[in-house]
Design a protein around this ligand. Structure first.
Ligand code: NAD
Length: 261
């Protein structure tokens, strides 16, 4: 009997605009824990301590933020793309992918070979640091060296403003261009595939709904239930890497090998 994943293979092969929406679950197989699963970051840290407002208001909060963020960065910089990132990059090489919209800050879709212009980073990137006053950008590594040497939080060379990793914190404004673009792509998609997201963080979690209302088929691939499961046209439970590898392997068998780089 045909399984849900085989239906998804058929849908991808006839889709004109496939949008893949990823969350922390696409990167757990690269050794980066998600936030909400057992052992995740929010078991050891309190999210309320890491709001944007606290960061701006107090040096103590900034030092706590940099300590938590340094722990995350040290994991990210050693992480390599896993089978899920590689399968998604293969979809691009096969000409089957409109774009990836990601909540992740780890750069692993690009490391797997997706061009930057195919990846919409809704929550920014941990690989850069920005000045909150003048906007100057820095390489993350350069600022981490300063953080390791100093007992105060880093400041901008140009204007003395507060430096913060180029990621979006709770209470911080979403990036306007990326958010608008993500909603536009979701509306235009005919197949919207969620991979590894608990779908509880807004506004990102309303993207599947936007796509579905505009007529797209909705696929949810996640290890645990999400609040949108009852809306999904296909629900795939399991490992992102294993499942996507199987789906893309079947697609390749149907369509011939990947050619473009
Ligand atoms: P989340 O932590 O809320 O949920 C992750 C979901 O992925 C869970 O529902 C879990 O069941 C599922 N999952 C975990 N491993 C999986 C696997 N191997 N295969 C399939 N499913 C798997 O993540 P979220 O919804 O992305 O939201 C968390 C927020 O934290 C995001 O905004 C993101 O910016 C940030 N974050 C990013 C990273 C990263 O960049 N890698 C890591 C942690 C958190």
């Amino acid at each position: 009997m045909e399984g849900a994943w085989q239906r998804v293979v058929q849908w991808i092969s006839s889709s004109r605009r496939l949008v893949v929406f990823t969350g922390a679950g696409v990167s757990t197989e690269s050794g980066i824990p998600d936030f909400r699963s057992p052992g995740g970051l929010w078991e050891r840290y309190n999210p309320d301590d890491f709001t944007f407002q606290r960061f701006v208001q107090s040096e103590e909060a900034r030092l706590r933020y940099w300590a938590m963020s340094t722990e995350m960065y040290n994991l990210l910089k050693r992480a390599r793309p896993n089978a899920a990132h590689l399968a998604i990059a293969d979809l691009h090489r096969m000409g089957r992918l409109d774009c990836v919209i990601t909540q992740n800050i780890d750069g692993l879709h690009q490391a797997a070979g997706l061009p930057q212009d195919r990846v919409i980073e809704l929550h920014g990137t941990a690989l850069a640091v920005g000045c909150l006053s003048c906007g100057k950008r820095y390489e993350r590594e350069e600022i981490q060296e300063r953080v390791a040497r100093s007992s105060s939080s880093p400041r901008c060379d140009e204007c003395g403003g507060l430096l913060k990793p180029a990621t979006i914190s709770f209470g911080q404004q979403m990036p306007q261009r990326e958010t608008a673009e993500a909603f536009r792509r979701a509306e235009q998609s005919d197949l919207f595939m969620v991979v590894g997201s608990s779908l509880v963080v807004q506004p990102a979690a309303s993207l599947p709904l936007t796509a579905k209302k505009a007529g797209a088929a909705l696929v949810i691939l996640n290890r645990d239930p999400t609040p949108y499961d009852s809306l999904a046209d296909a629900l795939l439970r399991g490992s992102a890497g294993e499942t996507l590898e199987k789906i893309v392997g079947e697609l390749k068998a149907l369509q011939g090998p990947v050619t473009a780089g």
